[in-house]
Design a binder for this molecule. Structure first.
Ligand code: PEP
Length: 250
């Protein structure tokens, strides 16, 4: 089954509102009308409204980088799905390794967030990936399967259209050390098999690779059969480099 490729930029904690507006407007002009690939921008929370405005009328989708599993209440510092929906945001990155490693998000918390996202009709980009120590110990597939299972087990076939998976080996994020296309393909293939085992429409779910994706390595990665797109950090912060990534040639 043909899956629409997705190129998603995770801007992390970078940029003022003015800088976000410039970047989003530049990308809107360059790749905003592409209908053959999904383009997703995930700016910091403070710039969500501005970026949404900057890409209005284009096909670019705006995503949050995180969200609370609760609708409202005494959760200082959190942003709820209701608030994001109020901003017109319908996509969210969940379980990024920086959330897991720095802010202590467990598999259970990621699961609660996936359920909250589904309840509110969001599309979730669910991130999984092993650390270097886990890879060196030969535990990559075990770790990734545990994370995928915890996040998605039992959701039911209908949830499939609202799920994107991002395989992001932690050792490749922000390090300049990209997984080889063979390493990435191996894990992507395993993830697709697991999605099938979980009763999800595996052939329709996009599985993105993330970890030091750049203009000079995206083409090779995208040529692999189970790599359906990229979640990009550093190289998504400039119009030129992210445009080249969106315009990959496989
Ligand atoms: C990310 O933030 O998800 C990421 C993959 O970052 P980078 O592309 O900078 O490695």
């Amino acid at each position: 089954m043909a899956r629409t490729p997705i190129l998603a930029g995770n801007w992390k904690m970078h940029g003022t509102i003015a800088e976000a507006k410039d970047l989003a407007s530049g990308l809107a002009a360059r790749v905003g009308s592409r209908s053959d690939r999904g383009v997703v921008l995930a700016p910091p929370c403070t710039a969500l409204a501005t970026v949404r405005e900057a890409v209005a009328g284009t096909r670019i989708v705006v995503a949050a980088q995180n969200m609370s599993w609760a609708d409202k209440g005494a959760f200082t510092g959190e942003v709820s799905p209701v608030m994001l929906a109020d901003l017109g945001v319908g996509h969210v990155i969940l379980g990024h390794s920086e959330r897991r490693e720095i802010f202590g998000e467990t598999d259970e918390v990621v699961r609660k967030k996936v359920e909250a996202a589904l309840k509110h009709g969001f599309t979730s980009i669910v991130c999984v990936g092993e650390t270097l120590a886990e890879r060196d110990a030969g535990r990559t597939l075990e770790v990734v399967k545990r994370q995928v299972d915890a996040a998605l087990n039992g959701l039911g076939n209908d949830a499939g259209s609202k799920i994107v998976v991002a395989y992001e080996p932690v050792w490749a994020i922000g390090t300049g050390r990209v997984a080889t296309r063979e390493q990435a393909q191996e894990v992507h293939g395993e993830i697709r098999g697991l999605l099938r085992d979980l009763g999800l429409p595996a052939d329709a779910i996009a599985i993105l690779y993330g970890g030091s994706v750049k203009p000079d390595n995206v083409d090779g990665l995208m040529a692999e059969p189970d790599i359906d797109g990229a979640l990009v950090g550093g190289a998504s912060l400039e119009v030129e480099s992210f445009t080249r990534i969106v315009e990959y040639r496989a």
